[in-house]
Design a protein. Sequence first.
Length: 84
Amino acid sequence: MFHLDEPELASFPHAHCTKCQRDVVVYRELDDEREFAYHCVDCDTLTAEPGVTEWTAQEAEHKGYQLETTVPEGGGCGEGRCSH
């Protein structure tokens, strides 16, 4: 779940995940060669580099991602304690 202060300004890179068999939001990290590698946020599978377009918050919600605009009771990771 993502927590957003201004969801209308958010955008999400996406790519096709071969394991999930659909377009998914991706995150990036540095691989062993210090190059960006992109992974599915749902299953962590390595994906192709995302395209030049990004989903808006409304498009991500339409694809099934839940976006929250409020911090859960007890705070969140940005406040020094995780909401899990």
